[in-house]
Write a protein that binds this ligand. Structure first.
Ligand code: SF4
Length: 364
C-alpha cells in the first residue's frame, strides 16, 4: 500500500471515529477541492491532513472515443505505479428516458497495480504484479469520474471492478473502498459488480463476512473444461468447477434474490474454448447453478496493422484469433435455447480499444 494511505490512516486513527466519517463524506462533495476546505473540521486537524494529496491519481494519458464517449485513463499513482480506469458511456438506459435526467456511466475500476493471476489473454497479467491499491486509490477512481461527469451533467451509475488486478487478492481494501462509496453516494449495492478470476478462500470468506457489502459478483469463467481453463488461466486450481457449483449454492442461500445473479464472463478464443465440446460443457455446468447470466466476450485482438498475422504482438504479448461472429451467434442462440440469460458484450470505445493493461505496459 502507498505510504500516503498509511499516513492518512494514522492521522484518522488518532481522531474520534466521526472525524473519519466527516473526511470520507467530504471526498464525495464536488464543491470541496482540498482538505483545507472541509469547514466541518477544526483548523489544526485540517492542517495535519494537508500533507496528504486530495486525490492520489494523476492523469498520465487520456483517450476519448469518438464513437460512444467512452474514455480511458492511465493514471500515475504517487509512487509512480500506473493503473487504468475506463469511463464507459451508457446512454438510452430505461430510466434515462426522464427528460433532464443525467446521462449515466459505468466505470471500470482497478484494484491492483498489475496482477499476479497471469491469464494468458491479458496484457495486465503479462506485465505481472506491482502492488495492491489502497482503499483510497480505489475510491479516488470513482471520485475522478464523479467530478469529470458532474461537469457534463452526467453521473456514475454503475461500478465494475474489472480493471487491472484480482480484487479478491486485495480483499480488505476493496471491502473498505466499496463500503465508503456506498455510504457516501446514492449507488445501491447491486449497481456494483466485483469480478474475480476465482479465489476460493476469499469467496468462502465473503459468504460469512457480514461487513462485506452485498454487491454483485462476476466470475471470469472462460471455460467449463478444467484443462482448458488451466491452460488459459494459470491461477486455476484443479477441482475449481466442482467447488464453484457448491459455492454458488451457498451464495444463493445467503442472497436468494434474483438481483444477486452471478455473472459468468466468457472470453471467446478461436480454437481454444469455442468449439461444440466447450459449449456443451458450459451448458452442463450452468444447469447445476441457479440465478446466473452469461456474458460472451468477443476477443479484442490488438495487432500492428503492419503485422496482422503475428501471434505475438510488439509487447511480447500472446495473441489469439477471434471467434467468428457467426460462431458467437450460434453460442448465443444455443445458450438462450438452454434457458440461460446470455448477452454478447461488444466492447465500448472500439476506436480506443487498447486491451486492459496495454496502455500501461506501453507507458512503463
Ligand atoms: S484478466 Fe483479470 S485476473 Fe486475469 S491477469 Fe488480467 S487483470 Fe488479472
Amino acid at each position: 500500500m502507498a505510504s500516503q494511505s498509511k499516513q492518512l490512516q494514522e492521522i484518522l486513527d488518532s481522531q474520534p471515529s466521526y472525524r473519519r466519517k466527516q473526511v470520507e463524506h467530504a471526498w464525495f462533495d464536488i464543491t470541496i477541492n482540498g482538505y483545507d476546505e472541509i469547514s466541518t473540521l477544526p483548523k489544526e486537524f485540517r492542517e495535519k491532513l494537508m500533507v496528504i494529496p486530495w486525490n492520489s491519481l494523476e492523469v498520465h494519458t487520456a483517450l476519448q472515443s469518438k464513437v460512444d464517449n467512452t474514455r480511458k485513463y492511465l493514471f500515475k499513482l504517487i509512487d509512480g505505479n500506473m493503473i487504468e480506469t475506463v469511463v464507459m458511456g451508457r446512454k438510452n438506459l430505461k430510466d434515462d428516458a426522464v427528460e433532464g435526467a443525467p446521462d449515466r456511466y459505468t466505470i471500470c475500476v482497478s484494484s491492483q497495480a498489475g496482477c499476479p493471476m497471469k491469464c494468458v489473454f491479458c496484457a495486465t497479467g503479462k506485465a505481472g504484479f506491482k502492488r495492491h491499491l489502497s482503499a483510497e486509490e480505489i475510491i479516488d477512481q470513482y471520485r475522478f469520474a464523479q467530478r469529470l461527469l458532474a461537469k457534463e451533467g452526467a453521473r456514475v451509475a454503475n461500478i465494475v471492478m474489472m480493471g487491472q488486478g484480482e480484487p479478491l487478492l486485495n480483499y480488505e481494501q476493496v471491502k473498505r473502498a466499496l463500503s465508503v462509496i456506498l455510504a457516501n453516494t446514492d449507488l445501491g449495492e447491486t449497481k456494483i459488480t466485483v469480478s474475480t478470476a476465482g479465489v476460493p478462500a476469499a469467496m468462502n470468506k465473503f459468504l460469512t463476512d457480514e461487513d462485506f457489502p452485498p454487491v454483485r459478483w462476476a466470475l471470469s469463467l472462460h471455460s467449463a473444461i478444467e484443462e482448458t481453463r488451466q491452460q488459459i488461466m494459470p491461477s486455476h486450481k484443479k477441482g475449481f468447477l466442482e467447488w464453484l457449483v457448491k459455492w454458488a449454492e451457498d451464495y444463493h442461500r445467503r442472497f436468494p434474490s434474483r438481483t444477486h445473479f452471478i455473472g459468468f464472463e466468457y472470453i471467446m478464443l478461436s480454437g481454444i474454448n469455442d468449439d461444440e465440446k466447450h459449449l456443451q460443457a458450459l451448458i452442463t455446468l450452468c444447469k447445476k447453478i441457479p440465478y446466473f447470466r452469461i456474458n460472451l466476450i468477443p476477443y479484442n485482438r490488438i495487432t500492428d496493422e503492419a503485422r496482422p498475422h503475428e501471434t505475438i504482438n510488439t509487447d511480447g504479448f500472446q495473441l489469439f484469433d477471434r471467434t467468428p461472429p457467426e460462431l458467437i451467434t450460434h453460442w448465443h442462440e444455443e445458450l438462450m435455447k438452454a434457458g440461460f440469460t446470455t448477452t454478447v458484450r461488444y466492447s465500448q470505445g472500439q476506436d480506443i480499444a487498447a486491451a486492459c493493461g496495454q496502455l500501461r505496459n506501453k507507458a512503463e
